[in-house]
Design a protein. Structure first.
Length: 256
């Protein structure tokens, strides 16, 4: 059996067995592994086949009142991060990777570096969180000064920036907005550094806040991002086609 039979079998899975797209892909990968790694037979292009359809699911969205309930059940850094997700539409990892220099109080915007598709973009800086973030950054700066005093204070720099700007790793502007509570060993270099807060910790905190709020929706950190987009659409903004546009919170929002 060769390409023809593989194509027929995979089509059979989609048409007659009505399997999920993931199941069909798993079957394809298993067959290719069998032929190439076990039988030492190279499989060429198997040609067109009927693909199992991926389910179309609507994203979970919180109303403005529900989002406020969740935020009210979060405190400190957890509140700040969740508030930014809801008020800016940032992805969780984009929020955690924010550097101090990317938070622009004067221009009323937050810059996302190397976001989806490795593109930079500007997004809104919600007014309601500014003072909270100012106070937070003062504490982070004091923590950074303490690290420097103890002989540490370097932060990971992306790409080749560490070589291009050897002193930048200790500069205040390059520090994470949301640093971890403890320093740790960077597995890439073996250096002791202060990384950003863990994604898992934030997800767990938001999940707990959703439960405390009595909300039955399966809401997550990404739900806050979807809820931000929904608020824009309700206010008449087409975030899919407009690159930069004013939004209900004030500031500029990117379409990515």
């Amino acid at each position: 059996m060769g390409e023809k039979e593989i194509r027929q079998y995979l089509t059979h899975l989609a048409v007659n067995r009505n399997v999920a797209a993931a199941t069909q892909n798993q079957a394809l990968n298993a067959i290719l592994f069998l032929y190439r790694q076990v039988l030492n037979i190279e499989i060429a292009d198997i040609g067109p086949l009927v693909r199992a359809k991926r389910p179309q699911r609507l994203p979970v969205v919180l109303t403005h009142e529900e989002a406020k309930l969740v935020l009210n059940n979060l405190h400190g850094t957890y509140f700040l991060i969740a508030a930014l997700l809801y008020g800016t539409g940032l992805r969780l990892i984009e929020c955690l990777r924010l550097r101090v220099k990317d938070v622009d109080f004067q221009m009323n915007q937050i810059i996302v570096r190397s976001g989806k598709g490795q593109k930079d973009r500007a997004t809104v800086f919600p007014e309601f969180i500014k003072e909270h973030l100012r106070i937070h950054l003062e504490k982070v700066k004091a923590l950074h000064q303490e690290d420097l005093h103890e002989g540490f204070g370097e932060v990971y720099l992306p790409f080749a920036l560490a070589e291009k700007y050897p002193n930048a790793a200790k500069e205040w502007g390059w520090q994470y907005v949301f640093p971890a509570a403890k320093r740790s060993v960077d597995p890439r270099s073996g250096q002791i550094r202060r990384h950003h807060v863990s994604e898992a910790v934030i997800r767990k905190a938001v999940k707990a806040a959703v439960r405390k709020s009595g909300i039955t929706k399966n809401a997550t950190c990404h739900t806050l991002r979807h809820s931000f987009a929904t608020q824009l659409l309700k206010n008449g903004y087409d975030i899919g086609t407009v690159r930069f546009r004013r939004n209900p919170y004030g500031g500029i929002v990117g379409s990515q």
